[in-house]
Design a protein. Structure first.
Length: 332
């Protein structure tokens, strides 16, 4: 017990790395395959390392006593030759195991490629994520941003693209990272198994706010996912709140030039779709938790929250900024 208490301060820094964003805590088939490959590599390389150390120790402590004769005896020559063959054999076996393990892991990453998968497009922007789902029922694309929902037990095929520079899509609990390259489309399959919230992060330096280019990932039951997707497909519903209604009018002016709120006059494409922004868990690509106060702070001082962001500081009176935040917080 005492020893465990003493270990706690050492483990605290690691607490932030586990579960929601760790390849060591896989929540899907692809991440599990990669973790198995990692363990295999560690075991094979660790065993070879220990054998090399053991051979070194043996040669240091079991060497022949010097007899004054400069030429080594034929017995030593024979032993050296035997040792060389054993070492070559171990290397060959180790490499063969690694090649086989890599081949099996590689095949399992693509094992779902021929199946009917849910189609999702993710486009990297400096510094946020445009996310589009193909509705299996109607075939049309439904857009959202900065939050990826996945049905558990089913493969989602994510097509990755970039609108500006190279980004990298990485949900460590689900799969390995894959670059998003301008002018190219890369495809990544995700088959999540564990239900819950996870975190994704841009894994390629893409400018000043690369570290603030994250997103939430929610893995839910297929029924919950279907309900969520049909809610996202709906246009925004107007709030009966008078302050929110005033916010909607203010928003339609400067903000609507860059943002879409489906069902209203706001139809800009430069920034994230905000039709159901209040249903999301965070704002500004995982930078702040979703809260009306944070929305207002972000609207009033975007450059203070995320220096370099393409979201401009719109000169709004405090009352108007409050009204816009109230409006956005009503867009569930
Ligand atoms: Cu996008 Cu780093």
């Amino acid at each position: 017990m005492t020893r465990r208490v003493l270990l706690l301060p050492l483990l605290t820094p690691l607490a932030g790395c586990v579960d929601i964003q760790s390849p060591l805590a896989p929540g899907g088939d692809q991440a599990t395959a990669l973790l198995r490959l990692l363990i295999l590599m560690l075991v094979v390389c660790g065993a070879v390392y220990l054998l090399v150390l053991a051979g070194l120790g043996w040669s240091l402590f079991r060497r022949e006593r010097p007899t004054g004769n400069a030429t080594p005896s034929p017995a030593i020559d024979q032993r050296l030759e035997k040792g060389a063959w054993v070492a070559a054999g171990i290397i060959l076996v180790g490499l063969t195991v690694l090649i086989f393990g890599t081949f099996v892991a590689d095949r399992s990453l693509f094992s779902t490629r021929g199946q009917r998968a849910l189609e999702v497009r993710v486009t990297g922007h400096q510094w946020w994520w445009r996310i589009q789902y193909r509705d299996p029922a109607s075939g049309r694309w439904i857009e959202t941003a900065n939050e990826l929902h996945l049905p558990a037990g089913r493969t989602t095929r994510v097509t990755l693209a970039s609108a500006d520079v190279i980004h990298s899509f990485w949900v460590p609990t689900m799969a390995g990272k894959l670059d998003m390259i301008p002018g190219r489309r890369n495809v990544l399959d995700l088959t999540p198994r564990a239900i819950g919230w996870f975190r994704g992060q841009c894994a390629e330096f893409c400018g000043a706010q690369h570290a603030h280019m994250a997103f939430d990932v929610k893995v839910e039951t297929p029924a919950e996912f279907t309900a969520w997707l049909s809610a996202q497909a709906q246009p925004a519903t107007a709030s009966p709140d008078a302050m929110a209604a005033r916010g909607a009018t203010v928003f339609a002016g400067p903000c609507g030039a860059c943002h879409v709120v489906r069902g209203t006059a706001a139809n800009g494409r430069a920034g994230p779709d905000l039709t159901h922004i209040a249903s999301r868990r965070s704002i500004a690509a995982g930078t702040l938790p979703m809260a009306r106060g944070n929305l207002q702070g972000w609207i009033a001082q975007p450059q203070a929250v995320k220096p370099g962001t393409s979201m401009p500081t719109v000169p709004l009176t405090p009352a108007n900024a409050n009204a816009v935040a109230r409006y956005l917080a009503s867009l569930t």
